[in-house]
Design a protein around this ligand. Structure first.
Ligand code: SF4
Length: 337
């Protein structure tokens, strides 16, 4: 489909300063040269362990953080930098749903105030108009509109996430960045919230970027999945293709930790234990950043950065020695046998 969001070489380095003169002695390379696009109406998931840069990416997309380099285009408009005056109206177009619905809702404010705040901030509505809009939104996300005057603690975790979702919808955004939208919720509630997000997407034509640490949570709702490691994109593919034939060794390792309902495949898949922790992003390993933990690493992995290349249709991988490269894709019937 048509691209709603286009991200090119997106980079965020946090300088590390020391001493009285606060001289820069290094940088945390949180995100380094990320390129991807998101089609209108699509759900793209960004997956990786903590420290991979997925949350920093989400914060740059919602402009809670300003990038060090690279560009972010929304419907072709450059929204990379905050200073540009033209940015203001575009600010509404990208909204965020947070992981911890309780922590992100002010406990002293009523639901009406919380969900209505975006309208007031933008100065767009009368008091009465806002109330009506908020009540419509509460209904849309499956909450009782009569609970307008209640406080966050009067709601369950799942309901609080619905409040967060209602707030994110107040300004009719085009793109929603959902940072671990269900990981703080009971497993029994997770499916309900995912279903709600999917229904809202269909109804309102929303586009989602979902941030997650685990491949199993996003399997159902993603159209495409991007796997990140230490600030780099290592694999990006259509959902079914990624889950049937992960090609980057890091993805296969993440995948082996996920219960896959396909028993045939599970029996063939051995659990891969990654050695050690994710290295520090302060001085990330050169060339392939995964080489310190990769069981397939060769000399070239330490000296040449593998480019993100299309190794199968719509399947991008950054690895010198990809896995499953000769395996049929998900569109090939042989893959299902
Ligand atoms: Fe492993 Fe080398 Fe591929 Fe990096 S490039 S993932 S070290 S095989």
């Amino acid at each position: 489909g048509e691209s709603l969001l286009q991200v090119t070489d997106l980079t965020k380095h946090f300088p590390i300063r020391r001493g009285l003169l606060q001289r820069q002695v290094g940088a945390v390379q949180a995100v380094d040269g990320l390129t991807f696009n998101v089609a209108r109406g699509e759900t793209l998931s960004l997956v990786g362990e903590s420290g991979c840069g997925k949350t920093t990416t989400g914060r740059m997309l919602t402009r809670l953080l300003e990038p060090t380099a690279g560009t972010i285009l929304l419907e072709g408009h450059d929204i990379t930098h905050w200073s540009t005056g033209k940015l203001r109206p575009l600010r509404r177009d990208v909204q965020m749903i947070f992981q911890d619905p309780y922590g992100s809702l002010n406990p002293r404010h009523t639901v009406g105030t919380i969900v209505g705040a975006p309208y007031h901030l933008q100065g767009i509505k009368t008091e009465r108009g806002v109330k009506r809009e908020v009540q419509d939104l509460l209904q849309l996300v499956g909450l009782n509109p009569e609970h307008y005057n209640r406080y966050p603690h009067e709601f369950s975790g799942g309901q609080r996430q619905r409040i967060g979702i209602a707030r994110s919808l107040a300004l009719k955004p085009k793109l929603i960045i959902a940072d671990e939208p269900v990981s703080a919720l009971d497993v029994s509630i997770q499916a309900q919230v995912i279903n709600l997000l999917e229904d809202l997407q269909d109804e309102l034509g929303l586009t989602y970027v979902v941030i997650a640490h685990d491949l199993s949570v996003v399997r159902h709702m993603s159209d495409r999945v991007a796997v990140m490691y230490l600030g780099n994109l290592v694999e990006l593919a259509d959902r079914d293709d990624l889950y049937t034939r992960p090609m980057h060794p890091y993805t296969t390792a993440l995948m082996s930790a996920v219960p896959i309902p396909d028993t045939e495949r599970r029996s063939k898949r051995e659990r891969i234990r990654l050695q050690g922790d994710v290295p520090s992003p302060v001085n990330p390993p050169p060339a392939c950043r995964f080489h310190t933990r990769c069981w397939k690493a060769q000399e070239i992995c330490r000296t040449e950065k593998p480019p993100l290349a299309e190794l199968a249709p719509r399947h991008l991988v950054a690895c010198h020695f990809p896995e499953n490269a000769d395996m049929p894709g998900s569109s090939d019937p042989a893959a299902l046998q």
